[in-house]
Ligand binder design. Structure first.
Ligand code: COA
Ligand code: AMP
Length: 630
């Protein structure tokens, strides 16, 4: 089938299209209601189907003769460990750990927070939660105790699963003290914490609350899979919005499993037995979808890589892993390739490795800039495919469906809409814009399977955040345009969300933290271009009257504050003092204009500006501090 025929069918008869795709899974009860409305009037998929995602990811393959196939390859250059786990061994490990959780009272619908580094046990914990029909919420290891506490309070987990430490380049990050601090800060307290002790750091256990993973698993009774409804949640994954409170994106079991299975063949063109490597982290949506669920639902081998693209030990790390395990598809963020390019600009290290089994490189998480696209293609000789997606969707909205029909790529474009996503470019009044004109990217409802049906515990936030700007559409928060051939170009966020090294962060949240410093009267945090990480956050700070503080001193205090509250991953490293901020007459800070100045773009001064001189002031400060891109 051609891409166009496949796509048109998905848009014209979505229920027929997805009913067919759902047949590809071994449901306990096949769904009859394919598309229906919930109590909020939201479109839901497969409401009356019954399944268990962990069963489909593990037991199903064992029952179908793939028990000896490798499910997980763990490769950890930071510890020197390597391990292969077969489907049957993983199924047994997951069933036992589900038994551990069950003995702690975890049941269908309960939440379990998972705060873990990139070790196979992180996947075991996720799958064990899914096996019980409970709901996991994985928190990225780079987040600080405050961020973890906010998520604990929102998700209210019965149990938290964590590890004694994670390992970054040449440093051990102790997770357990951060977990303890988070629980101290949170109003909600879990009844138990299950801790994986790693040899690199021994966690001090709290009597009566903390349980040693290995000891508990050694005595556990394996637990069976619990059937759930298609619309029962599989997980909550928190993502940055425009405020300090992250949004709990809810993912259904049924729609997610159908979309994951479909995407593995139609987008990535892999089959059972193929090795699929998403070089990301289980704490992000890419990790959920394509380190854990997608590859396992498809019977592939997934790689859990505890390392970086560079410095573990060098810029040949990705190529080494691809050769060693016959990786067929590699998926990472453009930042990773920019980091490799920086250290090995001519790709000389590639000569040490045989990449003949590597077929395609996919990238997502941030805009794939044409120089990185061309460089990666030139040095590897492999097709490079950009695809655009969000935590909210769980899979690609636009991309090149290589398992259906590979379309000619265009540098700078995420290619075309994926099946089920009716992508439109709208003007501020909600009218569709013609080719070539830039506007808000919106998705006409219904959204396809896997997309969020609500924000955890806050339907109103879901409705006002995504559905009210353009009635009948989901507003993506990204801007861009389509060309004459229908190719979609994603040009960046239209809100205060930024992307640093493929990590989605909220400048609004950083502003709340910076504004909390006693010397700060007002501030604006904006994301400016960064040659390695895509964007980096910069704070512009107005001091309170009468405050006399050295700019460098204040900067280091603010940097430390953001690091303490959000975590190192925020990469907040610069804050400069200004004596005025450009604002509209109604007092709104003109952040977009500031971004345009820093990025060296053309801009028009809005007629509503309060004090036009403030623009030259800010430009001057940016220029003196080397913040303006060439
Ligand atoms: N646990 C604890 N700390 C973490 C962490 C984790 N899981 N991940 C990152 N950090 C820390 C880092 O150690 C670093 O701390 P530092 O400021 O003390 O050095 C900080 O957070 C910033 O991390 P990062 O932005 O990742 O920078 P880096 O210099 O360590 O690595 C890259 C840069 C480009 C190599 C790295 O960002 C990368 O591999 N990116 C790939 C993209 C990716 O995985 N995106 C995920 C979505 S697809
Ligand atoms: P996250 O929810 O962390 O996956 O981040 C989603 C955001 O990352 C999107 O809204 C985009 O702003 C950005 N993004 C992801 N993939 C791409 C891409 N291929 N091109 C441009 N931006 C992207």
């Amino acid at each position: 089938m051609s891409y166009q025929a496949e796509y048109s069918k998905s848009i014209n008869t979505p229920d027929v299209f997805w009913a067919e795709k759902a047949q590809d899974l071994a449901w306990y009860k096949q769904p009859e209601k394919i598309l229906s409305k919930d109590e909020n009037g939201i479109d839901r998929w497969f409401a009356d189907g019954e399944l268990n995602t962990a069963y489909l990811a593990l037991d199903y393959h064992v029952e179908n003769g793939r028990g000896d196939n490798i499910a997980i390859i763990y490769d950890s250059p930071v510890t020197g460990q390597k391990r292969k786990i077969s489907y049957s061994a993983l199924r047994d490990e997951v069933a036992k750990f589900a038994g551990v959780l069950k003995s702690q009272g975890v049941e269908k619908g309960d939440r379990v927070v998972i705060y873990m580094p990139m070790v196979p046990e992180a996947l075991v914990a996720m799958l064990a939660v899914a096996r019980l029909g409970a709901i996991h919420s994985v928190v990225f290891g780079g987040f600080a105790p405050h961020e973890l506490a906010v998520r604990i309070d929102d998700a209210e987990p019965k149990v938290i699963v964590s590890a004694s430490c994670g390992i970054e380049i040449s440093k051990v990050i102790e997770y357990k003290p951060m977990l303890d601090q988070a629980i101290e800060k949170s109003a909600y307290k879990p009844s138990a914490c299950i801790i994986l002790q790693r040899p690199e750091a021994k966690a001090t256990m709290i009597e009566g609350r903390d349980i040693d993973w290995s000891e508990a698993a050694a005595h556990a009774e394996p637990a069976d899979c619990v059937p759930v409804k298609g619309t029962d949640p599989l997980y909550i994954l928190y993502t940055s919005g425009t405020t300090g409170k992250p949004k709990g994106v809810v993912r259904d079991n049924g729609g997610h499993a159908v979309a994951m299975k479909y995407s593995m063949k139609s987008i990535y063109n892999v089959e059972a037995g193929d090795v699929f490597w998403a070089a990301s982290d289980v704490g992000w949506v890419v990790g959920h979808s394509y380190i854990v669920y997608g590859p396992l639902l498809a019977g592939c081998t997934t790689i859990v890589y505890e390392g970086k693209p560079v410095r573990t030990p060098d810029a040949g790390a990705f190529w080494r892993v691809c050769e060693e395990y016959d990786v067929k598809v590699l998926f990472s963020a453009p930042t990773a390739f920019r980091a490799i390019k920086k250290e090995d600009p001519e790709g000389k290290l590639l000569a040490n490795y045989d990449l003949s089994n590597l077929r395609t490189i996919f990238m997502a998480g941030e805009r794939l800039d044409p120089p990185t696209y061309h460089w990666t293609m030139d040095v590897t000789g492999k097709p490079v495919i950009d695809h655009w997606w969000q935590t909210e969707t769980g899979w690609a909205i636009c991309g090149n469906m290589t398992g259906i029909e590979t379309l000619p790529p265009k540098a700078g474009s995420a290619t075309v809409p994926i099946s089920g996503f009716n992508v439109q470019i709208l003007d501020p009044d909600g009218n569709e814009l013609p080719a070539g004109e830039q506007g808000a990217i919106a998705l006409k409802l219904p959204l396809p399977p896997s997309c969020l049906p609500t924000v955890w515990g806050d339907y109103e936030r879901f409705r006002t955040g995504y559905l009210t700007d353009y009635p009948g559409y989901y507003c993506s928060g990204d801007g861009g345009y389509k060309d004459e051939d229908g190719y979609v170009f994603i040009m960046g966020r239209t809100d205060d969300v930024i992307n640093v090294a493929g990590h989605r962060l909220s400048t609004g949240e950083m502003e709340e933290i910076v504004a909390g410093h006693p010397a700060v009267a007002e501030c604006a945090v904006i994301g400016i271009n960064d040659p390695l990480k895509g964007q980096q956050p910069i704070g512009f700070v107005l001091l309170k009257n009468g405050i006399d503080i050295d700019g460098k001193q204040l900067e280091s205090e603010l940097v430390a504050l953001v690091r303490k509250e959000i975590g190192a991953v925020a990469c907040f490293k610069r804050a400069v003092v200004v004596d005025r901020l450009p604002k509209t007459r109604s007092g709104k800070i003109l952040r977009k204009l500031m971004r345009q100045i820093a990025d060296g773009q053309d801009y028009t001064v809005p007629s509503t500006i309060d004090d036009p001189v403030s623009l030259s002031v800010i430009e001057d400060v940016m220029s003196k501090n080397g913040l303006i891109s060439e």
